[in-house]
Every structure is written in structure tokens, then in C-alpha cells.
Design a protein around this ligand. Sequence first.
Ligand code: ATP
Ligand code: MG
Length: 226
Amino acid sequence: MPETEFVARLKDVTKTHMLDKVEIQALKGITADIPRNKFNVIIGQSGSGKSTLLNLIGCIDTPTTGSIEVCGKDVASFSDDEMSDFRARHIGFIFQTFNLMPVFSAYENVEYPLLINKTPAGERRERVLATLEKVGLVDHRDKFPNELSGGQRQRVAIARALVKNPEMVLADEPTANLDHRTGTEIIELMQNIQAKDKTTFIFSSHDKNLITNAEDLFMIMDGVIL
Ligand SMILES: Nc1ncnc2c1ncn2[C@@H]1O[C@H](COP(=O)(O)OP(=O)(O)OP(=O)(O)O)[C@@H](O)[C@H]1O
Ligand SMILES: [Mg+2]
């Protein structure tokens, strides 16, 4: 995969959702280059198009028109199979609602992506423990999601996103279900990991006050990047 300075490049991207035969133009011509090895922040109010944009970059959805290059690949015309393969290989996701598997322990939730990509057992154990260490949860590894606080659940989700060393981590409003202080801690944790490991993050929020030190900031409003 070519090493470019941008993890994603979007040109004239539009996305129209259909809702009960009504067209909703969620993205109205986005052109943006998103730098690699940075903590990228997307700020925009509810309905501005943040999730639609992240779903395109994350190969969860395809654009209506325009071109998108992710990790050097033209992904706009990928088939469903190509998209899921690309996601599994290259992208880690962190969700607003954590999306942990309730019957799996913290350890097993983090291990899951490595089982999927058939990482050998010894390496798997090393990587799961090292990643749980990064998020400060080694001592809680045998707990189940319902035995953990919201902030701890999100730390498990961060470890799950990071464990396969993805090219980028997409975090769509990961702090929306946390109180302000815990949300700030989660952002600091992601920023510290980013600074140390140089992982590319794309983080979104509707709350511009949550991030005071963003260098790589994109403001989105009504489907347009300002
Ligand atoms: N699957 C869908 N079907 C129909 N309309 C949609 C769909 N997803 C999003 N939209 C519409 O597209 C626009 C952008 O939505 P999007 O979810 O991308 O915004 P957002 O910035 O993520 O909002 P929030 O902060 O509330 O999560 C909104 O008008 C929304 O109603
Ligand atoms: Mg959203």
C-alpha cells in the first residue's frame, strides 16, 4: 500500500439518502484531504453530515457522486465484499454506544478482531495484553461489559479498534454517551496513544468545547466542509 501523506482524499463527494421516497442530500460536495498520522477532528452540529462522512471514509457506505481514496485505494466503486474486507484489514471503529459483545469479557472483546484475521494464539495473547495495557485495563480484563463503567467500556472499545494495528481509527462521537469529565479523559487517552504510536485518528463530535487543542480540525455544516 503506497505511503501517502493523506489517509483519505475526497473530491466533490455527495451523498443522498432516501427516506420514504424523499431525497435528503446529507453531503453536498465535499473536497478534503485528511492527513495521515494525526488526530483529525470533525466538528459539526447534529444532522450536519458527520456520520455520513465517516461512513464513507470507513467504507461502510458508498458516495452518490465523487471520488474517495482511502489508504491510497479508490474505494468509491468497491463492491460490498471488497468494502468489508478493506474495513477488516485497515480500519478500526469506535462507536458512540460502545458496541461491545455482552457475553465476551473485556479480554475476549479485544481479542475478537485477531481471531477474525487468524492471528496465531501466542501473538494474539501478547497483542491483546499490550493493547489492554495501553488503555489501562489489564487488571479488568476478565470483567464483562456490564461490570464496567461507561468510560471503561469505551477504553475496551478503543483497545479493540487498535489491536490489529489499523491504518486509521474512526471514532464517531465516542464521547456522546459519557459525562464531560469522562469524555475529556477518553479524548486525552486517544490523543496520547496517537502522539506515541502515530496512529491516524478521525474523531467526530458536535461539541466544539470538548476539544481545545485540535490541530487538524474540519468544521462541517449542512453537508459542506467550511
Ligand atoms: N440512513 C439515512 N436515511 C435517511 N436520511 C439520513 C440517513 N442517515 C442520515 N440521514 C440524514 O442525513 C443528514 C446528515 O445526517 P448524519 O447522521 O450524517 O449527521 P450527523 O452530523 O452525524 O448528526 P448527529 O450529530 O445527530 O449524529 C441528516 O439530515 C439526516 O437526517
Ligand atoms: Mg452522527
